[in-house]
Design a protein around this ligand. Structure first.
Ligand code: AMP
Ligand code: ZN
Length: 464
């Protein structure tokens, strides 16, 4: 079955047909690295993780590009306010971003271009727009002339009638009621401090929107398959990306536009300015597991609003316990006498899982298929009606689901390190170094690992 996506551009659910058979090229607007990302931001990256993992599950070769916005109004404002050079200011934020996506089991994209490394490409694009009559200069600033691009407003369904011709906006972010010619390149002014480039356009720096057009087309070509982002990126950012790219190349830019809904907390969009932003690190230090945050972020359909609550995280933990216990108990099961029904259950689960995700990534349906499967196989196992071969098939099936869901990464990967620490603790106890033994236990507890001293030796389990 083919995958269908709700395309923001056409407002329809459409069958996904890649430009090049078997391959998918996709672009994701990445973080603006002026502050630590909150879990709302990770909702966007988690949706893109589900998308890329499912495309790979379906056999596509995926090339994903995610940019790092390391120069824009906000990074310049905050680095100057703190008196730190831009690159030094953004470096720790970039490092933390990668640590956080690893924590959440988000697969790395193929390319992470930083805007500051692509200034020549942006300048070339602005020049192409000037040459074709789509851009003009005012006092060293270059603006895109939206009246020169008849398709302007199609993505966000704007009514362009009654627009004031020639109105200009210099800020990177603005609301729909300020639809105007927007800045491609901004001349240096004092507030920019040391942040500028001397280029053929003069001394200045790029606008935010041109960054994504230049970097996406550099790595994916002028025309590629999928572009994603949070719904707040639709206008003006993605609208402007389309205008700049298509006006410069004369080609279609993107076939499918996919946007995720907001993560909300206490009834409002999670954002730093509202003070309702939870950081991943804070949640982890409060004892919630990484994979519970992953589960919570992935388990609501990407286009719907996701209500973030600590109770939701607890519930995610219980579902994960069921999932991971299923795998470990089934692995330990020696097998019984088949009643011939297991294969039917496996086939049913696989097709329900795929039919759901094929339908615009319907994750609720997919998770229901997985948990029904767990219940059914547990029942067969409980009645001793599952053969060793069927057990292996069932394990293969859940591992196949897990290539998309990735709910086991937080249990397996660190086994070896934990075993080593436990061995060190046993050794410390033998040497009567109880202080060290207690410290190792406390460190492990802080990481959510619970030790049990049993007559057979030390056993450990992860608090989910
Ligand atoms: P930013 O770093 O602000 O450019 O945002 C990075 C990504 O996170 C963008 O795709 C935003 O649309 C997305 N985003 C920001 N806040 C939220 C939220 N509360 N819920 C979902 N996505 C968000
Ligand atoms: Zn972007």
């Amino acid at each position: 079955m083919a995958i269908r996506f709700k395309n923001t551009f056409t407002r329809k659910k459409e069958e996904f047909v890649p430009i090049e058979s078997g391959k998918v090229r996709m672009y994701t607007c990445g973080p603006t690295v002026y502050k630590q990302a909150h879990v709302g931001n990770f909702r966007a990256y988690m949706f893109e993780d589900l998308l890329r993992r499912y495309l790979k599950y379906k056999g596509f070769e995926v090339t994903q590009v995610m940019n790092l916005t390391d120069v824009d109004d906000k990074t310049i404002r905050d680095s100057n306010a703190q008196g730190i050079p831009l690159k030094e200011f953004t470096a720790p934020m970039i490092k933390e971003f990668f640590e956080d996506i690893d924590s959440l089991g988000i697969e790395r994209a193929e390319v992470y271009p930083a805007a500051t490394d692509h200034i020549p490409e942006m300048v070339a694009l602005v020049k192409a727009l000037i040459d074709k009559g789509h851009a003009y200069e005012v006092d060293g600033n270059y603006y895109f002339k939206i009246s020169s691009f008849p398709n302007y407003g199609k993505l966000s369904n704007l009514d362009m009638a009654g627009l004031k011709a020639g109105a200009r906006v210099a800020a990177d972010e603005y609301e729909k009621d300020s639809v105007s010619d927007f800045a491609l390149w901004k001349a240096w002014d004092e507030a920019d401090g040391e942040v500028y480039w001397e280029t053929e356009l003069g001394k200045g720096r790029p606008g935010w929107h041109i960054e994504c057009s230049a970097m996406s087309m550099k790595y994916l070509g002028n025309h590629f398959d999928i572009h994603t982002g949070g719904e707040d990126n639709k206008f003006p950012h993605h609208e402007n990306e389309i205008a700049q790219s298509e006006a410069a190349t004369g080609e279609k830019f993107v076939n499918y536009w996919l946007h995720n809904g907001y993560l909300i907390a206490e009834g409002r969009k999670m954002s730093k300015s509202l003070g309702n932003d939870y950081k991943l690190r804070d949640l982890l230090s409060r004892g919630y597991s990484k994979v519970a945050v992953r589960y919570m972020l992935i388990s609501t359909h990407y286009r719907q609003q996701l209500d973030f609550t600590l109770d939701g995280l607890e519930a995610a933990g219980h579902s994960l316990e069921r999932y991971n216990d299923f795998i470990s108990n089934l692995s330990d099961y020696p097998g019984g006498k088949s009643d011939g029904t297991a294969q039917g259950l496996i086939d049913k689960a696989l097709s329900a899982f795929e039919e759901s995700l094929d339908d615009d990534l319907n994750i609720s349906g997919a998770l229901a298929a997985v948990f029904d499967f767990i219940r059914d196989v547990n029942r067969l196992k409980g009645e001793d009606k599952l053969s060793a071969e069927e057990r292996d098939e069932a394990l293969k099936t859940i591992r196949r689901f897990d290539t998309v869901l990735n709910f086991t990464y937080d249990t397996g990967d660190i086994d070896e390190e934990i075993e080593q620490l436990i061995a060190q603790r046993t050794e410390a106890k033998k040497n009567k170094d109880y202080a060290l033994a207690d410290k190792i236990r406390d460190d492990l507890t802080a990481r959510g690992i619970i030790l049990e001293d049993t007559p057979q030796g030390v056993r450990w389990k992860r608090k989910i």
